[in-house]
Write a protein that binds this ligand. Structure first.
Ligand code: NA7
Length: 286
């Protein structure tokens, strides 16, 4: 089976690499072609255009940044849906976008006889490299069943949650918890510091306590070094909290987190990891 992969950002590169490692023929495309080099050196074929990638493949994955990017890839000039014959092919969008966009894409695909599954992921670069993502899917059950063996190469769990848009809905919910959790850790560290407890001490306590999680343990070194290379960029967290609000979330923590990440983005922290929210909240860093 030939696989198309569109979008080679922080997530797309390790995910497509895992499909290559599993022995699939992978045709890749990225807006910035140079980013395909790590994949082509592993044996992927760089398709010169989206259409070429789609023509060559049975299943096409997309993993790009946001609603505008994904619409451009599907419905823009030279996009996926302008390819001559897509009838019967399966498109799987793993980007995090709004539910409206997932449903819009499903509708546009259906018009040309293409099948569509929304399958966003929980987990950033580390789990992507290790094939340990959590994948939340929406679409027809038989389409999910067809792509499930591939999803199993990308994640430790892949769940079918309902019709198109259901995967995206679950993703917005889990990322609400992610945003709130990271801001909660940041606020806790700053409060502890104000009472003379160091970040190192407090991170040890959190990690060993009932609220310690792999997320917090995994971010500790970066927090202590005050160095935030993006595993999951803050700009994407701001986007996801905005999408959650647009999807109707209305709660004190959601409001607060959405405002923090949005303002941090406006202050230029968007390309850092989401844990850089600590730098944004820290009065000593102003
Ligand atoms: P990155 O590392 O910011 O990568 C974004 C990717 O999206 C990258 O391949 C971009 O191409 C591509 N992109 C962005 N805008 C466009 C447009 N307009 N057309 C085509 N391609 C585009 O994101 P991640 O990999 O961390 O995350 C991907 C998704 O998973 C995102 O929804 C997260 O919220 C979760 P470029 O290389 O810049 O040319």
């Amino acid at each position: 089976m030939k696989i198309g992969w569109i979008g080679l950002g922080n997530m797309g590169i390790p995910m497509a690499s895992n499909l290559l490692a599993a022995g699939y023929d992978v045709y890749v495309w990225n807006r910035t072609p140079e980013k395909a080099e790590p994949l082509t050196s592993l044996g992927a074929v760089f398709a010169g255009s989206i259409e070429k990638a789609v023509e060559s493949c049975d299943i096409i994955f997309t993993m790009v940044s946001d609603d505008d990017a994904v619409k451009s890839v599907y419905t823009g000039p030279g996009g996926l849906l302008s390819t001559a014959d897509v009838r019967g092919k399966l498109a799987v969008d793993m980007s995090t976008v709004s539910r409206e966009t997932s449903r819009f894409l499903a509708d546009q695909c259906q018009r040309v006889g293409m099948r569509f599954v929304d399958a966003p992921v929980s987990g950033s670069v580390g789990p992507a490299k290790e094939g340990q993502l959590v994948i939340m899917a929406g679409g027809e059950r038989q389409d999910f069943a067809q792509v499930k063996p591939l999803l199993d190469k990308l994640g430790k769990v892949a769940l079918h949650l309902g019709p198109n848009g259901a995967g995206t809905s679950a993703k917005l919910a889990i990322n609400l918890l992610l945003g709130i959790t990271v801001q909660g850790v940041a606020e806790t560290l700053l409060f502890a510091r104000s009472m003379g407890i160091t970040a190192e001490q407090m991170l040890t306590i959190i990690s060993e306590s009932a609220v310690g999680t792999p997320l917090i343990r995994g971010k500790a070194a970066s927090i202590l070094a005050d160095d935030y290379p993006a595993a999951f960029a803050l700009k994407h967290m701001a986007k996801d909290l905005r999408l959650a609000r647009e999807a109707g979330v209305s709660s004190p923590l959601a409001e607060s987190a959405a405002a923090s990440y949005r303002t941090a983005l406006e202050e230029g922290l968007g390309d850092l990891d989401l844990t850089a929210i600590l730098r944004f909240l820290d009065p000593e860093k102003k």
